[in-house]
Write a protein that binds this ligand. Structure first.
Ligand code: C5P
Ligand code: C5P
Length: 465
């Protein structure tokens, strides 16, 4: 069956349901997925209810009501099908839309998983959009939320942006008129919200000598280029507001600066997606900042606020989200600093740190990803953290990169295997995976993951393990 066929079948299952309960993940992809589907179904006059969970684990299943509605598991479920079975759910009352590696069980639950069709760069929000479009082909305004989900889950490729079916979704949004593709554009956070020198000064990936970590250095650099950085009334312009020629001038000067210091230029540029229908100078203006705003809501236990924003609330929900975003960014910065200052323990094939109960388990994965590029990026990075509400359980987050994937690394496989050995459960993707394990099995677990990674590296290159 093709992806199109699976999508059509999913649309039919949904349309034949009396009512639908969406069970979705709390991150940007899960929130945008829920918003796409619930809006699409509400437009069809269907009854929809939604539940958000931070991970599909036995405790979370308590939130899944036993009623007659179709249970639509989104951005989760594929890797936890045994839990659905344990919960007594039959194949005819479940539909899974997911992009995580599947772990089948005895019941053949209907599902759409882009991995089944060889698409690794497509998030759950992308799938949700395809299903919504199969239900109502005119609802292309929702493509924008699918782009937010895809970008939030880092589905874009460096240099060429979203690819495959995810790229066709971008095109729907461009045609509808609520997405503008900028290619190539500056790959920095804050292009819609921060004065240009602040945006550059805060950018440290790539590290630009004299500019990164120095807003005053960035300002001097820009002034030397003779670019107009202020509005006629004296306020600072943001990157998005600069004329095309000025942006080009700055980009080429930044590239020269990188080259002059012997650094790579490939991370300087990226394809970006901006949203002209959103208020100026807000994080809602581009996909990356929009996704971070949703992540801030979800990871701090307010996914419904993120959902309201996706539905167009620019009042109370937006103001709450802005506060959460500021808090989220501060904590992420503290987490990264903690990892770098406390230092990681390096084993032969991985590096790890235990952050105890200093940071919520919902954000440590983000820290693992950020720390990896600043540490030994050849060794997969693991962060262990205590679960405050479940002291007997330890949360594990791992991140790696394309370099390691090309050498045989598969974090999903490693964590599924190692967590099963200690009576835990894990899942995710080859490049990013997580697990819950018993607190008293941490040491054994870390050694086991190291051993599995050694095996994976060796299997791709038997001479160099
Ligand atoms: O639960 P979920 O699938 O949404 O989590 C995906 C995680 O994988 C995100 O935190 C995302 O940032 C990370 N990721 C990554 N590098 C990629 C793709 C995804 O770190 N290339
Ligand atoms: O929590 P974290 O961001 O590290 O999760 C990385 C990936 O691993 C996500 O896709 C998440 O859904 C998955 N994961 C999982 N089972 C867990 C923990 C995380 O499948 N117990």
């Amino acid at each position: 069956m093709s992806l199109d066929n699976d999508v059509r079948r999913a649309a039919d299952i949904i349309c034949n349901a009396e009512s639908v309960t969406i069970i979705s993940h709390i991150d940007a992809d899960g929130i945008s997925t829920e918003a796409i589907l619930s809006q699409a179904l509400t437009r069809e006059g269907m009854a929809v209810d939604s539940v958000f969970v931070r991970q599909l684990e036995p405790m979370a299943m308590r939130h899944v009501q036993k009623d007659d509605s179709l249970k639509l598991f989104t951005d989760l479920g594929a890797g936890q099908q045994n839990l659905l079975e344990d919960h007594g759910l039959c194949a005819d009352e479940v539909l899974i839309l997911d992009h995580h590696v599947g772990q089948p069980c005895g019941t053949a639950y209907p599902q759409v998983n882009c991995l089944d069709h060889g698409f690794t760069r497509m998030s759950a929000a992308g799938l949700a959009y395809l299903v919504a479009k199969a239900i109502d082909p005119t609802g292309t305004d929702l493509a924008k939320l699918a782009v937010v989900g895809n970008v939030g889950d880092m589905m874009a490729r460096e240099n060429c942006g979203l690819v495959g079916p995810a790229r066709e979704i971008v095109q729907d949004g461009v045609e509808y008129g609520n997405i503008v593709v900028q290619k190539p554009d500056l790959n920095c956070y804050g292009t819609s919200t921060r004065p240009v020198h602040v945006c550059l000064g805060y950018c440290d990936d790539p590290y630009i000598d004299g500019i990164s970590n120095s807003t005053s250095g960035a300002l001097r650099f820009l002034e030397r280029l003779g670019v107009e950085l202020k509005t006629p009334r004296g306020g600072w312009l943001v990157w998005e507001e600069l004329p095309f020629e000025d942006r080009r001038k700055i980009i080429s000067a930044l590239a020269q600066q990188l080259i002059a210091h012997g650094r790579e230029t490939d991370r300087l540029l990226a394809e970006t997606y901006t949203f002209p229908d959103e208020p100026e100078r807000t994080p809602l203006r581009n996909a990356s900042e929009y996704a971070t705003l949703l992540n801030a809501c979800g990871r701090w236990a307010k996914p419904r606020i993120g959902g309201s924003i996706c539905r167009g609330d620019r009042g109370d929900a937006y103001r709450d989200a802005e506060h959460m975003l500021a808090h989220h960014r501060t904590v992420i910065r503290d987490l990264l600093q903690y990892i770098l200052e406390a230092g990681v323990t390096e084993l032969s094939h991985l590096q790890y740190i235990h952050t105890g109960d200093r940071f919520p388990d919902t954000i440590v994965g983000i820290g693992a990803g950020m720390a990896l590029s600043k540490l030994n990026w050849k060794k997969p990075m693991m962060v262990l953290s205590a679960m405050v509400d479940e002291p007997e359980v330890t949360k594990v987050s791992m991140r790696t990169n394309e370099w390691a994937l090309a050498r045989g690394v598969d974090l999903q496989e490693a964590l599924v295997e190692a967590s099963a050995e200690v009576g835990g459960a894990g899942g995710g993707h080859r490049i990013a995976a997580g697990a819950f394990i018993p607190h008293d099995k941490e040491e054994e677990f870390v050694d086991s993951v190291n051993r599995i990674l050694k095996r994976q590296f060796a299997s791709a290159d038997p001479d160099n393990s």
